[in-house]
Design a protein around this ligand. Structure first.
Ligand code: SF4
Length: 409
């Protein structure tokens, strides 16, 4: 594993190299530039922790801070897209004791959280500390992907250099598992990992805000979500019409990178930034997202626009493919990935991911039948309705969207 860092750019050898799947063994160097991230660039022009100082000095009261977050409509950027305020509000009656910050970023081809932790560690620590003050939480576990060594070092340095500002808020910066396990990004598997238990999802309910770490109420937020908090306190007008979001654009493009976009813009406008070459099809939402052909890119990039095509925002990852690529092959790689990454705890996912892989291989060999297509749809539905966690619910999305948008099935 080599991670080469340049100013505002980073080159990452896929951190799935050491996992079992032949898909994830594919060696891949991804060079990512931070492009058009104006909110973050503006932050670096001012003194770090200004918004936290405003909270500490009562220039912004807790009530005002919470109101600004509520009005901003800021949503979870780790994949849920649940309004942050709603998540916090559900936890308050349980008196949350822990904040867990998920920086594992296990979704392949996703580097937005890495970008933040590497280049703007003060911003994240400021967002975490403001959240703790608003929620009256003193204990934080910040989980960093084990491949993100420089980011980890930057974060621990910021924490140790600012103890007087953090006061009685303890931020424990921890590495995630090595090699990275995709399933640990699932919120309850993450809790088990922190507790030193086998990292598999828990049954819900109870939800983490009811019984989380060591059975105490726990709030779990993503790195990007909390990093927006100082920015929205400073410039609430940025959130007035459209919700900003970081996306990772990669694939057959001239300008792969991290981009700041507005939710609700057309997908076409967003992907144009990366200058695709001979665009043929797109994967939206990461490997657990779905595939669509180029002709469908004129949709709104937000939860309701994407859901019309069976897609989701996910981790904000968008990959673009040119006309030498085969959507069937990409879909089949996704099924292999999920088969390898399923923790095997529940039957619909354990068996379902095997069935999805078997079916995709039938398609690759042109062996599919009406019967196997019907079986596939039935397996997908069962997985979506009965899997214990998000992995099993998402695993069939690449297959279903491929059949729908490329085969009219
Ligand atoms: S859905 Fe899959 S990954 Fe999630 S608990 Fe069940 S077997 Fe494990």
């Amino acid at each position: 594993m080599q991670v080469e860092i340049k100013k505002q750019s980073f080159s990452v050898t896929s951190f799935y190299d050491s996992a079992e799947s032949s898909y994830v063994k594919e060696k891949e160097i991804i060079v990512i530039e931070a492009r058009n991230v104006s909110s973050f660039e503006n932050y670096s022009k001012e003194e770090p922790f200004n918004q936290l100082r405003n909270i500490i000095n009562n220039k912004i009261s807790n009530a005002e801070g919470l109101k600004l977050i509520f009005n901003s409509g800021l949503c979870g950027c780790g994949g849920s897209h649940i309004p942050l305020f709603k998540k916090w509000q559900a936890a308050v009656p349980y008196k949350p004791e822990f904040l867990v910050v998920n920086g594992l970023e296990g979704e392949p081809y996703t580097y937005k959280d890495y970008f933040i932790m590497l280049h703007y560690p003060q911003l994240l620590i400021e967002g975490i500390t403001i959240s703790c003050r608003l929620l009256e939480i003193n204990e934080v576990y910040l989980l960093v992907n084990s491949a993100y060594k420089l980011a980890y070092e930057n974060l621990t340095k910021v924490v140790s250099e600012n103890t007087s500002l953090l006061k009685d808020i303890n931020i424990h910066v921890m590495y995630g598992p090595n090699p990275d396990l995709y399933i640990v990004g699932e919120e309850t598997a993450l809790l088990n990992y922190i507790e030193g238990k086998r990292a598999e999802p828990r049954l819900k309910p109870p939800y983490p805000h009811e019984k989380g770490l060591w059975n105490k109420s726990t709030i779990i937020n993503n790195v990007e979500t909390l990093s927006w908090i100082p920015l929205l306190l400073k410039s609430p007008e940025r959130f007035k019409n459209k919700h900003p979001k970081l996306v990772t654009l990669s694939g057959d493009v001239k300008l792969p990178g991290i981009y700041e976009v507005d939710m609700g813009d057309s997908l076409e406008k967003i992907i144009d930034k990366a200058e695709a070459e001979d665009l043929s099809f797109i994967e939206v939402g990461g490997i657990s997202g779905g595939l669509i052909p180029k002709k469908l890119i004129n949709i709104n990039y937000d939860v309701s626009g994407l859901s019309k095509l069976g897609l989701h925002v996910g981790s904000g990852t968008i990959r673009l493919f040119n006309n030498t690529r085969d959507p069937l092959l990409e879909m089949s790689k996704s099924t292999e990935f999920f088969k390898e990454e399923s923790c095997g705890r529940c039957t619909p996912c354990r068996v379902g991911t095997q069935e999805l892989l078997k079916f995709s291989q039938q398609l690759l060999n042109s062996n599919e039948t009406d019967e196997s297509i019907n079986w596939l749809h039935s397996v997908s539905e069962t997985m979506q309705q009965t899997s214990t966690c998000g992995l099993g619910k998402a695993a069939s999305v690449p297959v279903v969207t491929y059949l729908k948008h490329f085969r009219n099935l």
